[in-house]
Ligand binder design. Structure first.
Ligand SMILES: Cc1cc2nc3c(=O)[nH]c(=O)nc-3n(C[C@H](O)[C@H](O)[C@H](O)COP(=O)(O)OP(=O)(O)OC[C@H]3O[C@@H](n4cnc5c(N)ncnc54)[C@H](O)[C@@H]3O)c2cc1C
Length: 438
């Protein structure tokens, strides 16, 4: 028998996600402190009952962390940034453990003059989760989802074996693994491609529109004027916050000339996201030159009586932009007329899709092109009107050809999403994921 040296809890405690919208009571909670610990958990079916389901920071909004009666394996203590190196194909990569948070990784890379093109607002997400799960952001000169940059990874398979796979040695099997949400194995380490650090110049503004068609045209115009656009749309008010990002040359440190404006903007944006954009104001600086690593933020774990972000994720092809805005506006206005409730806003990111060979399943898998996300959000995940809105809007989004995520879209039903059964092993498959396997 292999010994387990990490922390163990098996006295019936419940664990919640960041937004306190989901809770679960695993039979065992395990915090490994070595890869050998992860192997010991997977191998010992008596002490660690199936399914064994990995978590990182538990920042996901869906039931993906729910594993009542099983084994929750949390990677938070496997969080070293091991170092920069050249892989066998000559690419510069960072070798990092799965439990490392994205803010920690970004700061480490920034200090060495390199960066990941993916620099989403969320600093808490763990490398392991985003290497095999769904993400989105409006990247400068990059695809806009984290796993695209992962070129090799080490995982513990369902027999407890430690395996390393890479794009150049394993091709299709590697790309499939990155679509597996932890159902094929527990990621313990990744090699992620980096590039020399660059600066970004942002123009922040708020714009009003006269109709949903005008809103859609305005957002597309704004996107055309810059290198990457993040829009926070206040749909019911036909208004939008716009962050128009431009490439601003090499550099890893926010220039002194951009302070204190950059930090004021960062703190205000962080608070706005923490609170689901409720009762907060964000400044509108123009020509702000900064390192995007600085704008990756950490969020405190809220209490149940605090305003806190909750959201839904939907991916659409860019060709559907106007239709999605118009239909979503109609739906939202009708919901508002009936209930008096509307989501606080909708986050809109633009993601560049690769060939299907590189992203065979799930989000961004429909071949080269551009996707956008149109993600409703609120400041109280427990509000029953938000829950009803989300459930009903899911149907509309799917009927508009939208794709959804088991990590980022809540209240999905069997059939809304399909994960190929070959991407799952019984040792790792929770009830939540079982319903999506086909
Ligand atoms: C305030 C806030 C802001 C956010 N902003 C963004 C954003 O800008 N962009 C974005 O894309 N997302 C955003 N998110 C969502 C978040 O980034 C993702 O849900 C992310 O996956 C969370 O990482 P985690 O470590 O907390 O994963 P967890 O919630 O801990 O785990 C989620 C799932 O990942 C899988 N998993 C976890 N660890 C491993 C592992 N080691 N090996 C294999 N599988 C594993 C499992 O299926 C697990 O159920 C935000 C969330 C919050 C709360």
């Amino acid at each position: 028998m292999q010994n387990f040296h990490g922390l163990l809890e098996n006295e019936g405690r419940a664990y919640s996600n960041w937004g306190l919208s989901r809770a679960t009571k695993p039979a065992v909670y395990a915090e490994p402190i070595s890869y050998s610990d992860v192997q010991a958990v997977v191998r010992d079916t008596r002490r660690f009952p199936a399914p064994v389901s990995p978590v990182g920071s538990m920042a996901s909004v869906t039931s993906t962390i729910v594993n009542d009666g099983g084994t929750m394996l949390c990677t938070r203590k496997l969080d070293d940034v091991i170092g920069l190196e050249r892989d066998e194909t000559g690419r510069q990569v960072v070798r990092v453990q799965a439990g490392c948070r994205l803010k920690k990784l970004n700061m480490w890379l920034q200090a060495r003059g390199v960066e990941l093109p993916f620099q989403a607002e969320i600093g808490e997400a763990s490398v392991g989760s985003v290497a095999v799960g769904d993400t989105k952001e409006s990247s400068l000169d990059g695809p806009g989802y984290f796993s695209a940059h992962v070129v090799a990874l080490t995982y513990v398979d369902d027999k407890g074996e430690l395996r390393t796979i890479s794009d150049h040695k394993d091709g299709a099997a590697f790309h499939q693994f990155k679509c597996s949400f932890g159902l094929l194995g527990i990621v313990v380490e990744c090699q992620v491609e980096v590039r020399p650090a660059t600066l970004c110049r942002s123009d922040i503004s708020i714009a009003g529109f006269v109709s949903p068609e005008d809103l859609a045209a305005g957002l597309l115009r704004a996107r055309g004027e810059c290198d990457a656009l993040l829009a926070i749309v206040f749909l019911h008010q036909l208004a939008s916050f716009l962050d128009q990002r431009h490439k601003a040359g090499p550099g890893s440190v926010t220039p002194a000339a951009s302070q204190p404006a950059c930090d004021e903007f960062r703190v205000a944006k962080r608070l706005a996201i923490q609170h689901g954009f409720e009762g907060v104001e964000v400044p509108q600086p123009k020509g702000l030159v900064y390192s995007r690593a600085d704008l990756v933020n950490e969020y405190w774990r809220p209490t149940a009586d605090e305003r806190r972000l909750d959201f839904q994720y939907y991916e659409h092809d860019l060709s559907q932009f106007t239709r999605v805005m118009v239909e979503s506006y109609k739906f939202t206005k009708a919901f508002q007329d009936e209930t008096g409730y509307v989501p606080n806003g909708w986050a809109t990111y633009f993601v560049n899709r690769p060939d299907t060979a590189k992203k065979p399943f799930g989000l961004y898998s429909s071949g080269k092109g551009v996707s956008f996300s149109f993600d409703s959000f609120c400041s109280n995940p427990a509000d029953p009107r938000w829950v009803r809105f989300g459930k009903e809007y899911n149907k509309l989004a799917l009927s508009l050809g939208g794709n959804v995520s088991p990590i980022q879209t809540q209240w999905l039903q069997r059939g809304d999403l399909e994960i190929p059964r070959m991407l799952a092993r019984p040792r790792f498959t929770t009830k939540y994921y079982e319903q999506f396997l086909d």
